[in-house]
Design a binder for this molecule. Structure first.
Ligand code: FAD
Ligand code: PHB
Length: 392
């Protein structure tokens, strides 16, 4: 089967689906190709914090109806250390901005439904996805679907296929520069069917390691524990997870974590990664395909959305005015913001985790950083403006 379109999109995660949606609003045709099943993509538990800009974009472009009804607007977060909690008032410190708790899988559900309702092509469960011709004028995506070979010819390819996708590795070796840092720890994450124990997120720096209290709804709590990179999940029966979380969130005044049935669990590695430039010929990388941040700043999904907003505008300029200027500037426009978000995510990670090789000096400095953050309006404001999201 042969298809012709303007933009071939590889990956139906937040980046690919949002790009397809934004292009459709601009009257630009696209085909979306995803290697997993619809259920798999929609049930995968990942990020949960939407920046104000992501929320505004979803509402403005007509995919925010359920988000408005079910999203939990949070005006602050808590930083907990030395047995005490300190609230960062995001709202007051940013002139009225906030974050919204709404699962990535819910964003993906909303965007998938919108795509399907538009009647435009979206293929799940594609095999042997292969991109080529983007270094010349003939970009092309080949794949197998329901046992049949398919070929999509397009003007541009958007590589929205995540960190382990095929697009970035298809670019000639030497054309990309990779900047990378791995961290000597991971997160053990659980989703528990129990009401959250706090109205807001809690980021805890504890002697025994980092812990995070988050949520998905008034009935679902999302929790994370710093663990080793090769942590064996089978060594973590439910009671051990709850006991460890309780310890790391403990306060001098006493604080109790609500416990409930654990529905999902997993270990997430921590990495900072940037591939530069985010474009090669007619292939544009967006989201995790181009960069990864450690989850401590809650930025991965939001960065992916920011990239495709820039890309959709550049493509709209190309198709409506024939100008390639914005497309040529895509990588540098995105990277300027990507690096600021990298810095913030690295900083949050460094401030909140225990490092296996840390010295007594490092630990004292970390405590001083936390004390400064929670006692200086200027320091708290810097966290707040990054946390709610830098301008796109
Ligand atoms: P993805 O969501 O990865 O989407 C890429 C899509 O491409 C996927 O659907 C994939 O199946 C598809 N694909 C891959 N290869 C191919 C191929 N060959 N052909 C076709 N399709 C392909 N961020 C946070 O802020 N907080 C978190 O708690 C958090 N937890 C995470 C946990 C895990 C396990 C992972 C991997 C990421 C987590 N992130 C988190 C990061 C956040 O989820 C990502 O930044 C976000 O998903 C990026 O969106 P994306 O669309 O760029 O990539
Ligand atoms: C989440 O709810 O999954 C979450 C929240 C904040 C983070 C990371 C993950 O920094």
């Amino acid at each position: 089967m042969k298809l012709q379109t303007q933009v071939g999109i590889v990956g139906a995660g937040p980046a690919g689906l949002m790009l397809a949606h934004l292009l459709n609003l601009e009257g630009i045709e696209s085909v979306v190709i995803e290697n997993r099943s619809r259920d798999y993509v929609q049930e995968r538990v990942r990020a949960g914090v939407l920046e104000q800009g992501t929320v505004d974009l979803m509402i403005r472009t007509g995919v925010g109806e359920r988000l408005l009804r079910q999203g939990l607007v949070h005006k602050g977060i808590e930083i907990r250390f030395n047995g005490e909690g300190h609230r960062i008032d995001l709202h007051a410190l940013t002139g009225g901005r906030a974050i919204t708790i709404y699962g990535q899988n819910e964003v993906v559900k909303d965007l998938t439904e919108t795509r399907i309702a538009s009647g435009k092509p979206l293929f799940f469960e594609c095999e042997d996805v292969h991109v080529s011709g983007f270094d010349a004028e003939a970009p092309r995506i080949d794949f197998r679907h329901s046992g049949e070979g398919h070929q999509v010819r397009c003007d541009f390819i958007a590589g929205c296929d995540g960190f382990h996708g095929v697009c970035r590795p298809s670019i000639a070796t030497g054309a990309l520069t990779i900047y990378e840092r791995t961290y000597p720890f991971a997160w053990l994450g659980v989703l528990a069917r129990v009401a959250p124990s706090s109205d807001e997120l809690i980021y805890a720096n504890h002697e025994r390691g980092f812990a995070l209290h988050s949520m998905r709804s008034p009935q679902l709590t999302r929790l994370y524990l710093q663990c080793t990179v090769d942590e064996d999940l089978s060594a973590w029966p439910d009671d051990r997870i709850w006991d460890e979380l309780q310890r790391r969130f403990e306060t001098r005044r006493g604080w109790t974590l609500r416990r409930g049935p654990i529905e999902q669990r997993g270990v997430t590695p921590m990495r900072s990664f940037v591939a530069e430039p985010m474009q090669f010929g007619r292939l544009f990388l967006a989201g995790d395909a181009a960069h990864i941040v450690p989850p401590t700043g809650a930025k991965g999904l939001n960065l992916a959305i920011a990239d495709v907003l820039v890309l959709s505008k550049a493509l709209a300029e190309f198709y409506s005015h024939g100008s390639s200027d914005a497309l040529n500037g895509y990588s540098s426009t995105c990277l300027a913001r990507v690096w600021k978000v990298q810095r913030f995510s690295w900083w949050m990670t460094s401030m909140l985790h225990r490092f296996p090789d840390e010295t007594a000096f490092d630990r004292r400095r970390q405590t001083a950083e936390l004390e400064y953050l929670t006692s200086s309006r200027a320091a708290a404001q810097s966290l707040a403006e990054n946390y709610v999201g830098l301008p796109i």
